[in-house]
Design a protein around this ligand. Structure first.
Ligand code: HEC
Ligand code: HEC
Ligand code: HEC
Length: 337
């Protein structure tokens, strides 16, 4: 026993020292003094290796959809450009004094950056740094759009960036267009009622409806602003769905009775102000929303998400719902533009 005593004393001493050093306050955490010591090196390597390890198994989707750039550009301008700069300008002053400093992604993304690693960084953020996680962890589609955008940004001229991010129309219009007519980046708002839009905005602001982009856009709105914006954009414009017989028209009018999927028009075609209108909506948005309800049910969020989730997937009966990919396409053809 005696011969082990020095080791036991050494081990206990080591543990005590490990606890006392941070408690003593002698480790320098001042951002003003820059960075380059052993703890920073250690944390930096650990972060990079952690991202590599966790991203190895990801399947990268097709990132060649040009509309993805437009969907992500407005979000980049709204959230990321302050720290990372953009083709249109440098970062905000405070970003130069962050430790570690946010890299200029226009330059940085030209280096070795596999898509899966960029995805992991943007979705989960980097602990012990200013790099935040994506606010909506439920969905990956918005994050993949951002990866496609970051890859394209290094070759982007300021004019192209300004066009994609809608810089000539500030505020909500940068994505939703001047009068809420919608764009490749964002859904139409003009076809909805003020009631529906206000309920959606409250849900994004409270973080109960999942969209990183809209959670960021709605975050600072007051109740009064939500009311005013909803009245401004919610014009209840009536658009007819694509006429003629098709699988989409069939499901819209009758549902799919053998799988217990309800007729969409029994709610969406009634003009009731608490239900969103679908006819005339942006095609890509309809597809994304149906995929979200299909995959996640009511976890997609929104004040009435449970009603919608029930309409297309009466689980747990495995014979029922959800919609097949071809059915989603057919519905988007019927309602969308
Ligand atoms: C508050 C500042 C801040 C904001 C806002 C921010 N980042 Fe970062 N970001 C950082 C910092 C700091 C780092 C470097 C972290 C490190 O080196 O440990 C970083 C790192 C990154 C990296 C890794 C670069 C590389 O070479 O591996 C990517 C990619 C990235 N950010 C993308 C984004 C995107 C996209 C957004 C917007 C959704 C965003 N960031 C918003 C501060 C920020
Ligand atoms: C950076 C682009 C961007 C900006 C800026 C933006 N939005 Fe959005 N908005 C989106 C996207 C993308 C969606 C779809 C989100 C989703 O998938 O849930 C959306 C969805 C919405 C919805 C839900 C529509 C529906 O049919 O359910 C409302 C309401 C809305 N936005 C209002 C606003 C208002 C008001 C503002 C200004 C305060 C604003 N948005 C600013 C991109 C944007
Ligand atoms: C029982 C009523 C009901 C039926 C039937 C129904 N829905 Fe819905 N749906 C809703 C409600 C309510 C919402 C709004 C959820 C929220 O955000 O609170 C919604 C939301 C949606 C949205 C998102 C719209 C937007 O602007 O964000 C889409 C797309 C949609 N439904 C498509 C369909 C399709 C396609 C069908 C038929 C297969 C269908 N719905 C059947 C009630 C219904």
């Amino acid at each position: 026993m005696r011969k082990y005593r020095p080791y036991i004393v050494g081990a206990v001493g080591g543990v005590m020292a490990a606890a006392i050093v941070p408690l003593s306050g002698i480790i320098d955490y001042d951002a003003s003094r820059g960075r380059w010591d052993i703890t920073d090196w250690y944390l930096g390597v650990a972060a990079q290796q952690s991202i590599t390890l966790r991203s190895i198994w990801l399947t990268v989707p097709d990132l060649n959809d040009p509309a993805a750039l437009q969907r992500a550009a407005g979000h980049y301008e709204m959230v990321c450009a302050a720290c990372h700069g953009s083709p249109a300008g440098p970062p905000e002053q405070f970003a130069y004094d962050l430790v570690p400093a946010p890299p200029r992604l226009i330059v940085q993304m030209d280096n070795w950056h596999p898509d899966a690693r960029v995805f992991w960084t943007v979705k989960h953020g980097i602990k012990h740094s200013a790099m935040p996680a994506w606010p909506a962890q439920l969905r990956d589609d918005e994050v993949w759009d951002m990866v496609a955008f970051l890859k394209a940004m290094s070759a982007m001229q300021p004019e192209e960036y300004a066009r994609l991010a809608g810089l000539e129309r500030p505020g909500c219009a940068s994505c939703h267009a001047e009068n809420g007519e919608g764009s490749a980046a964002a859904p139409r708002l003009d076809i909805q009622s003020p009631e529906y839009l206000a309920a959606a905005l409250f849900a994004y602001r409270d973080g109960t409806r999942e969209s990183g982009t809209m959670m960021a856009a709605a975050n600072g709105l007051s109740d009064t602003q939500i009311g005013e914006l909803s009245v401004f954009f919610g014009k209840s414009v009536v658009v007819e769905a694509t006429p003629g017989a098709s699988i989409g028209a069939e499901i819209a009018a009758r549902g799919i009775p053998e799988r217990d999927i309800a007729a969409c028009d029994s709610c969406h075609g009634t003009g009731r102000p608490e239900y969103p209108r679908l006819a005339g909506q942006e095609r890509h948005y309809l597809i994304r929303q149906l995929e979200l309800f299909n995959e996640h049910g009511e976890a997609r969020g929104g004040p009435q998400a449970e009603i919608m989730a029930q309409a297309i997937r009466r689980l747990p009966n495995p014979e029922n719902g959800p919609l097949e990919p071809e059915e989603i396409e057919a519905l988007a053809d019927h309602y969308g533009r």
